[in-house]
Design a protein around this ligand. Structure first.
Ligand SMILES: Cc1ncc(COP(=O)(O)O)c(C=O)c1O
Length: 395
C-alpha cells in the first residue's frame, strides 16, 4: 500500500534532488512560501501604509491562530514572536524572583539558549536548579519531579530534547508543578508538528517554540501560548506599544496592558517571517500531527532496528513513547560524515556526544532511510569522510 503522506512530496521542491533528513533543524521549504512572500511584496508595493490595517498589524494573532489549531489552543491565545529566546526573556521579565519562591527548575539537557536567559535572572534573585541526565539520553521523570517543590517559581523545560529526541513526561511535570503552585513553560520546538499534544488537555501554563523545524515555516516565526487566566495577570517588563491597550492613542508614561493576548507582544512584528511561515503551518494542520506521528514512529523504529543490525549505537530512546521525531547514530568522525553525506545530497547533522541526528518527516520515503544507512557504511568504509576531517560542523 502506498503511503498517503507521500502525496505531499511535490509541495517541497528540495525533495526532488536531495534526501532531506534534517527537519529537526530546518524543515524543507514548501513551494507556496514563494507565493506568500510575493503577496507580502505586492501588498507593500501597491497598498503602501494601508498594509498595516489590511493584515500586517494583526499578524501576530492571525498567524498564531493557525498555530493554535496544531497545538489545540483556543483562538486568540497564541502570539507570534521572533524566536524562543525572546519569548523566554519576555516570560522571565513578567516574574518576580522573591525567596522562598525564587527557583527555576530545568534539566541539563535544556536547549542552551533557554539556560542563558534564565541564568541571567540570577541577577534578579533567581536560583537555578539544574537536574542532571544520568545517561545523556534524557532525565528521569522522578528526578525532575523531586526537584520541583514550594520554592519553585517556574519549570522552563523542553518537551522533546534537541540532542537525543527524548520526550520528557510533560503531563507528570505539569501535575507536580501545579501541586506546589509553580508554572510550567514547555519548549515544544522539537515536538510541535511531529508529536501530537493539546495544551488544553495537558493543562500547561505556557508553551513556546519556533517554526523553523518540523513546522516547515522558516526562521523568525516563534510562538507563545499562554493560558488566558494566567496571561491576564502577567505584566512583562519586556514590553512595547503593541502590548498596550490602545496602541494608536500613543499614551505617554507607564504601560497600560492590553486585555487579550496582545499584552504579551512588544514592538512591530516580523511581518515577512509570518508570511513565510504560513504554508508550513497550513500543511501541518491539514495533514494532522497524529498521522505524522504514526508515520514517524514506524520509520524511526524501522531505522533504529536496521542501524542496530549494522552495529551502530544510538542515544535515542528505544521506547517509542519516549521518542520524539529524531534518531541519533553514534558514528566515528560525525562532523566529517555529515559533510560527506551532504556531498551525496543526503542532509543530516550532528551534535556533541550524540553523533548524527537523522529525522524522517511526513515527506520521507522508507528507501531514503536505507539510502542514508548505505551511504554512512560506504563513507566510513571508503574513508570518504577524511577530506572533511579538519573542518567543524557548519549547521
Ligand atoms: C528545543 C529548542 N529550543 C530552542 C531552540 C532555538 O531557540 P531560538 O528560537 O531562540 O533560536 C531550538 C533550536 O534551534 C530548540 O531545539
Amino acid at each position: 500500500m502506498t503511503d498517503p503522506l507521500l502525496a505531499w512530496r511535490d509541495r517541497f521542491p528540495i525533495l526532488e534532488h536531495s534526501t532531506y533528513l534534517i527537519s529537526h533543524s530546518l524543515g524543507a521549504m514548501p513551494a507556496a512560501v514563494e507565493t506568500h512572500l510575493a503577496e507580502y511584496a505586492e501588498i507593500w508595493k501597491t497598498r503602501g501604509i494601508r498594509a498595516w490595517a489590511e493584515g500586517w498589524w494583526d499578524m501576530p494573532i492571525t498567524a498564531g491562530n493557525r498555530l493554535a489549531t496544531i497545538i489545540d489552543a483556543p483562538e486568540g491565545s497564541v502570539v507570534m514572536h521572533q524566536n524562543v529566546s525572546v519569548i523566554q526573556g519576555l516570560v522571565a521579565s513578567a516574574l518576580a524572583f522573591e525567596a522562598p519562591r525564587n527557583r527555576v527548575v530545568y534539566t541539563s539537557m535544556n536547549f542552551p539558549t533557554v539556560m542563558y536567559v534564565w541564568e541571567a535572572q540570577r541577577r534578579r534573585g533567581a536560583e537555578i536548579v539544574t537536574v542532571p541526565s544520568p545517561d545523556g539520553v534524557g532525565v528521569p521523570t522522578e528526578d525532575l519531579l523531586a526537584a520541583i517543590d514550594e520554592r519553585t517559581l517556574i519549570v522552563p523545560i523542553s518537551h522533546v530534547l534537541f540532542q537525543t529526541g527524548y520526550q520528557q513526561d510533560a503531563r507528570a511535570v505539569i501535575a507536580r508543578a501545579h501541586e506546589v503552585g509553580a508554572l510550567v513553560l514547555l519548549d515544544c520546538y522539537q515536538s510541535t508538528g511531529i508529536v501530537p499534544f493539546s495544551v488544553r488537555d495537558l493543562d500547561v501554563d505556557m508553551v513556546c517554540g519556533g517554526s523553523v523545524k518540523w513546522l516547515c515555516g522558516g526562521p523568525g516565526a516563534g510562538y507563545l501560548y499562554c493560558k488566558p487566566e494566567l496571561r491576564d495577570r502577567l505584566q512583562p517588563m519586556l514590553t512595547g506599544w503593541m502590548a498596550h491597550a490602545a496602541p494608536f492613542a500613543f499614551e505617554t508614561g507607564e504601560q497600560r496592558y492590553a486585555e487579550d493576548a496582545t499584552r504579551l507582544l512588544h514592538g512591530s512584528p516580523a511581518v515577512p517571517a509570518l508570511y513565510a511561515a504560513r504554508a508550513g503551518h497550513e500543511i501541518i494542520a491539514e495533514i494532522g500531527v497524529a498521522a505524522i506521528r504514526a508515520k514517524s514512529l514506524a520509520q524511526t523504529t524501522r531505522f533504529l532496528e536496521r542501524a542496530a543490525e549494522r552495529g551502530y549505537g544510538t542515544s535515542s530512546p528505544s521506547d517509542p513513547e519516549r521518542r520524539g521525531g529524531t534518531v541519533t547514530l553514534q558514528v566515528d568522525h560525525a562532523p566529517a560524515v555529515v559533510k560527506a553525506l551532504a556531498d551525496r545530497e543526503i542532509l543530516v547533522d550532528c551534535r556533541p556526544d550524540v553523533g548524527l541526528r537523522i529525522s524522517p518527516h511526513f515527506y520521507t520515503r522508507d528507501d531514503e532511510l536505507d539510502l542514508c544507512l548505505d551511504a554512512i557504511d560506504e563513507i566510513l568504509a571508503s574513508g570518504a569522510w577524511e577530506p572533511h576531517a579538519a573542518g567543524t560542523a557548519a549547521y
